[in-house]
Write a protein that binds this ligand. Structure first.
Ligand SMILES: NC(=O)c1ccc[n+]([C@@H]2O[C@H](COP(=O)([O-])OP(=O)(O)OC[C@H]3O[C@@H](n4cnc5c(N)ncnc54)[C@H](OP(=O)(O)O)[C@@H]3O)[C@@H](O)[C@H]2O)c1
Length: 329
């Protein structure tokens, strides 16, 4: 029998990839969103609704679904959705985040303590993101009990990434060509998961009825190994110019993300906030890790399509990078 999927979302990155793969598997796919973030994949049905408005779920509540996937981190939306739709879903995945553990404890298993929850009636802003995710997890399990899968992704990467972090490295290596690249000397291990592997696992987990919390995280890869793989994917033949953490800090180069940053870089410090989450449950429940080289190749192709020297949300512009390189001792 044809499986049915409802994505609460489906117009942005991960939700759309989940919907796309489900359509490819022959499932009947409905997405509920405003349609502001993008379009749903071909073959999926968009039900336009604003979840901030009363009755938003009524148009999709008149039937059963084999699986529901929820990506919101707005407690009110999550609460109203589980109340309105919990009874018509055989399996429910709430896409949370490893951010629920906070930045100071590692390695984290699914049983590790989480941050304090945000009050469920608070409207969450990005500053509340980890606490809002905790609240959304709690609201989901309170309403649906052990019925729900709480997927906690770490860093999601691959083609289409709206955060511009992972793509910086292959794109910059390609742009540099036979010119120099600035690379931090030390960095905590990376742990990134291809969006396509995550989406496939979410669909499989619904089919095989995986429940409870699962860290949906990638393999640990030393930072420099990731950069070397990015250089190899792009055929970078220029010099690698290393900079130390204090040198970069003096020049206000940020870590992890954002403008004037070296994306995904986490300098050595007392807390290893990324790259150290236990992946056993993800692997035991069928989670795949495609080779890093494949993710880099496909991400680079996508980055080339956008333009290697486009303004980015994360990273250094080529001019900033060359200016810093010129200042190196
Ligand atoms: N990027 C990472 O590395 C990372 C790491 C860990 C966890 N995560 C989690 O992974 C998930 C990413 O999901 P994503 O990329 O599909 O989604 P997203 O960027 O969080 O998009 C949210 C979705 O909700 C819809 N939406 C927002 N406001 C709405 C409203 N008022 N009414 C109806 N729909 C509304 C949006 O569609 P419209 O705007 O079209 O309405 C969109 O489809 C999130 O849960 C994120 O927290 C990401």
């Amino acid at each position: 029998m044809t499986r049915s999927l409802l994505v609460l979302g489906g117009t942005a990155w991960l939700g759309s990839e989940v919907a796309r793969q489900a359509v490819k598997r022959g499932w009947e796919v409905t997405c509920l969103a405003r349609g502001e973030s993008g379009v749903v994949p071909e073959g999926a049905r968009l039900v336009e609704a604003d979840r901030a408005q009363p009755g938003a779920y009524a148009p999709v509540a008149d039937r059963r679904y084999d699986a529901v996937v929820e990506v919101s981190w707005q407690p009110r939306f999550v609460q109203e959705a589980v109340e309105a739709l919990g009874g018509v879903a055989d399996h429910w995945t709430y896409v949370s985040s490893v951010s629920v553990y906070g930045a100071d404890r590692s390695p984290n298993t699914e049983a590790s303590p989480r941050m304090e929850a945000l009050h469920p009636e608070t409207e969450a802003t990005i500053a509340h993101y980890p606490q809002a995710k905790v609240t959304c997890e709690d609201l989901t399990t309170r309403e649906l009990g052990a019925h729900a899968l709480i997927a906690r992704p770490g860093l999601i990467v691959g083609p289409g990434d709206p955060t511009d972090r992972f793509g910086y490295w292959p794109a910059r290596a390609a742009l540099a060509g036979d010119g120099p690249m600035l690379v931090p000397r030390d960095g905590a291990p990376t742990q990134s998961l291809d969006v396509r592997d995550l989406a496939a696992w979410i669909l499989d987990a619904g089919e095989s009825d995986v429940r409870g919390p699962v860290n949906a995280v990638g393999e640990q890869v030393p930072f420099r190994e990731m950069v070397e793989a990015a250089r190899a994917a792009a055929g970078h033949e220029g010099d690698v110019r290393e900079a130390t953490t204090p040198w970069l800090a003096m020049r206000r180069v940020s870590s992890w993300s954002g403008p004037t940053s070296l994306p995904m870089w986490v300098p050595p410090g007392p807390f290893p906030p990324v790259g150290a989450h236990a992946s056993d449950r993800y692997r035991e429940t069928g989670g795949q890790w495609r080779p890093l080289e494949d993710t880099l190749r496909d991400t680079l192709a996508w980055e080339r399509g956008l333009g290697l020297d486009r303004p980015r949300k994360a990273g250094l512009s080529r001019a900033e990078e060359l200016d810093l390189i010129a200042q190196l001792p």
